[in-house]
Ligand binder design. Structure first.
Ligand code: RIB
Length: 293
């Protein structure tokens, strides 16, 4: 089985479902409140694990009840948690989510996720060198992301970098990743003043721009290819859709599928995921996805 390390956030999601988003200074009455396991790193690790890959998570939680549950949840999903550190005197990461009409607004509080330092990552060098792919997102310190991109590039370990949420990073790091998967908003921050066509042409077979319910687009060296999203009757919760997409895209690539087919796999998985509430609850097993591609 191919080995993947996910390095990134592990958080609790505090989710309010509401029909009204309050204005500044206003109080409104919501419909429901629930907690879910989340964090972009953990969500991607779960998608990879449910896609039947061997998954290793590197991250950090606080020494609190959330931290313990977050680690147990990853273990229960078959993920190796030996590279997760538990820190005293800091709370576990959290995300505060409002859902209205199936779509979300999110405030993240990184807390322990900010302690994924270069030094911590360096201490797991030998383990990381055994990986077929390393998967990164932006909910950890930028210097750690930059270090990991250099580390993997020097050792020719494939890297998927999902630059979410949007943050600036020098193009010299983007040049070194194997796959780069921003959404349209994140792509504009990475490549200001460029049209989408220019961005894609500059990074053939590397840059995949996700387009929400329109699917995903890349440039294959000759032409731009859009892989359409699957139609869904009722969208319940889009939280974690991008993470599911990234996990299943990696699955396709590691199984030797073309980028186009891997994107179709990612789209199929995220279409299933958004029909259930909670970032991880709806992430499907491989068998279910394969039946719909
Ligand atoms: O991508 C979705 C995730 O982003 C949520 O689970 C939440 O934790 C935020 O980090």
């Amino acid at each position: 089985m191919k080995k993947v390390a996910v390095i990134g956030s592990i958080s609790m999601d505090f989710v309010v479902t509401t029909n009204i988003i309050p204005n500044q200074g206003e109080t409104v009455v919501g419909e429901a409140f629930q907690t879910f396991f989340g964090g972009k790193g953990a969500n991607q690790a779960i998608a990879l694990s449910r896609s039947e890959l061997d998954v290793f998570m590197l991250g950090a939680v606080g020494n609190d009840s959330f931290g313990r549950s977050l680690i147990d949840n990853l273990k229960n999903n078959g993920i190796n948690t030996e590279m997760i550190q538990t820190h005293d005197n800091v709370e576990s990461g959290s995300a505060h989510i409002q859902i209205k009409d199936g779509d979300n607004r999110i405030i993240i509080v990184p807390s322990a996720n900010d302690l994924i330092s270069v030094e911590v990552v360096q201490s797991y060098r030998e383990k990381l060198e055994q990986m077929d792919m390393v998967v990164l997102q932006n909910e950890m310190p930028m210097e750690t992301i930059e270090y990991l991109i250099e580390f993997c590039s020097e050792r020719q370990i494939a890297v998927l970098y999902n630059p979410a949420p949007a943050k600036e990073i020098s193009e010299r790091y983007l040049d070194k990743v194997t796959y780069l998967t921003p959404n349209e908003h994140e792509a504009l921050l990475l490549f200001p003043n460029q049209s989408q066509e220019e961005m894609l042409r500059n990074y053939p077979n590397k840059l995949v721009i996700t387009l929400g319910d329109q699917g995903a687009v890349f440039f294959d060296g000759e032409k731009q290819i859009t892989v359409p999203a699957k139609k869904v009757d009722t969208v319940v919760d889009t939280t974690g859709a991008g993470d599911t997409f990234n996990g299943y895209f990696v699955k396709g690539i590691l199984e030797g599928l073309s980028i186009e087919k891997s994107l179709a796999l990612g789209n199929a998985a995220s279409a299933i995921a958004i029909q259930t509430k909670g970032a991880q609850s709806g992430i499907p097993a491989y068998e279910k996805v394969a039946a719909t591609v």
